[in-house]
Write a protein that binds this ligand. Sequence first.
Ligand code: MN
Length: 239
Amino acid sequence: MSAIADDLLLFPAPAPATVAVVGESRRLPVNRIFCVGRNYADHAKEMGVEVDREAPFYFLKAASAIVPTGATVAYPPGTSNYHHEMELVVAIGAPAWGVAAEQAMDAVLGYACGLDMTRRDLQLDARAKGRPWDLGKNFEQSAIIAPILPKAQLGALGPQRIWLAVDGVTRQDAHLSDLVWSVPELVSHLSHYYHLRPGDLIYTGTPAGVGPVVAGNVVTGGIDGLPDIRLAIAAAEAM
Ligand code: MN
């Protein structure tokens, strides 16, 4: 965060994106949003690709893409195949740099339900052309998040069910034990490429069952023990 006085800025700096924390009146300011690709084998299969067992891979979203649960967002521009991806989000609460998996959980503040909303047609077009995924993944209002639960209140990850429904019809249904790369493995791996710091979020990938949503749909999702997530889709904005 800049300590430069407002009158030295050309225009007012935007307010930082923040996320609620259960049991805490203060909010988590978001630094970076890392998203893991292909972290459930069944989802990789439905996307026509295989999980890379050598190493996880990532894309990023701008912190400004954060939207709180309960919001209504407009159907985004440039797509005709806007998809839901239900995900476990890991919130980093302490610095981590080159840490082993055995120490990685020391950097984790807690967990939240998240939606990695995706312009699937643009993502797949970029993938086919060997181009970056930004148009398909890193767009406005594409990172939905519910309040963060401190990790001690959830306990060990694994048995929790992760699910998503559209208008009450279940589309995604799996368990956190299906994650290919575990949370400690992801935090450790990322910390060898970035100085992880408080406010970094990791969207850990989605299970099988991704699919399109349209204006008028209401998306709901949950992970056992965490606050649920909800997103309503409104009509596209006029240009
Ligand atoms: Mn995803």
